[in-house]
Design a protein around this ligand. Structure first.
Ligand SMILES: [Fe+2]
Ligand SMILES: [Fe+2]
Length: 267
């Protein structure tokens, strides 16, 4: 049961192509009926055959209970993204791309008597050197606070664990939660930081775990061991899992009260 004072969020990790979306929707109702979330966020950067996202997939996700789609470095991979990225307030690209990049990095969602902001941000260590995520997120928080929004959630799409951890410490007490994505491997370090920000380094992915981060192992073998060119594709077989987190936030204070991992086997 959930108290009336609690705003509950579920965030799902990067959904890997068609197998990931099928896995997600085969257990989504069960997860929703168990937790009764107020807001559901999903990282969609790999939703279209492992790379990028298409408009039919965006529609499918929004029509089936996903409130906000965050993303990361793969968001631009399907060329048609530029035709529709500005059409959907809930479809985000990392906020710290340079000014005038198409799309937007923050969505404010009204749910019942609560307004919550979701920010998609991206790290820079071993990744593209885009604008500083710390400064950019800080200025966005300032803006949101002036609008009276105290539930602020960040998907930090980053490679380096250390960058994610310092992000957590830097924003502890300034946001309700930050969760990591991009490495597609769920970490077991979920916790509430001292100033009541929920934190986890990586929430994982939705797709086959008999794979290399959701992609076919044979292709990784070719690329990493044989050093041959390869076009990666999502693993369609093996054990499927839907991974993410559930986070409880106090509606009045914006402080996190709980963070638990979701790691649901499919089939
Ligand atoms: Fe990803
Ligand atoms: Fe990524």
């Amino acid at each position: 049961m959930k108290s009336e004072n609690i705003f509950r969020v579920i965030a799902f990790g990067d959904v890997i192509g068609d197998p990931g979306r099928k896995a997600l929707f085969s257990v989504f109702r069960k997860i929703r009926d168990k937790f009764f979330p107020d807001l559901v966020v999903l990282n969609g950067e790999n939703a279209a055959h492992g790379f990028g996202i298409t408009q039919p997939i965006v529609k499918q996700l929004f029509e089936n209970g996903i409130d906000v789609i965050t993303s990361g470095n793969h968001i631009w991979q399907k060329k048609e993204i530029f035709d529709f990225i500005d059409k959907y307030p809930g479809l985000l690209r990392p906020i710290n791309y340079p000014p005038h990049t198409p799309g937007h990095g923050c969505a404010v969602i009204q749910k019942g008597d609560c307004k919550a902001a979701v920010i998609s941000a991206m790290g820079r260590t071993y990744m593209d050197p885009i604008d500083c995520p710390f400064q950019r997120v800080e200025s966005e928080i300032e803006k949101l606070r002036k609008e009276g929004i105290n539930i602020i959630l960040v998907d930090l799409h980053a490679e380096a664990t250390s960058e994610k951890q310092i992000f957590g410490w830097h924003f502890d007490g300034k946001i309700s939660a930050v969760w990591g994505t991009h490495t597609h491997t769920q970490t077991s370090d979920e916790r509430i930081l001292p100033r009541k920000t929920a934190y986890i380094t990586d929430i994982g992915m939705c797709g086959s775990i008999d794979s290399v981060i959701g992609m076919k192992t044979s292709e990784s073998y070719r690329k990493v061991i044989q050093h041959l060119p390869v076009k990666f594709s999502p693993e369609e077989d093996g054990s499927m899992e839907v991974q993410g987190v559930v986070i409880d936030i106090h509606k009045k204070t914006g402080e996190a009260t709980l963070i638990n991992r979701i790691k649901e086997k499919v089939g």
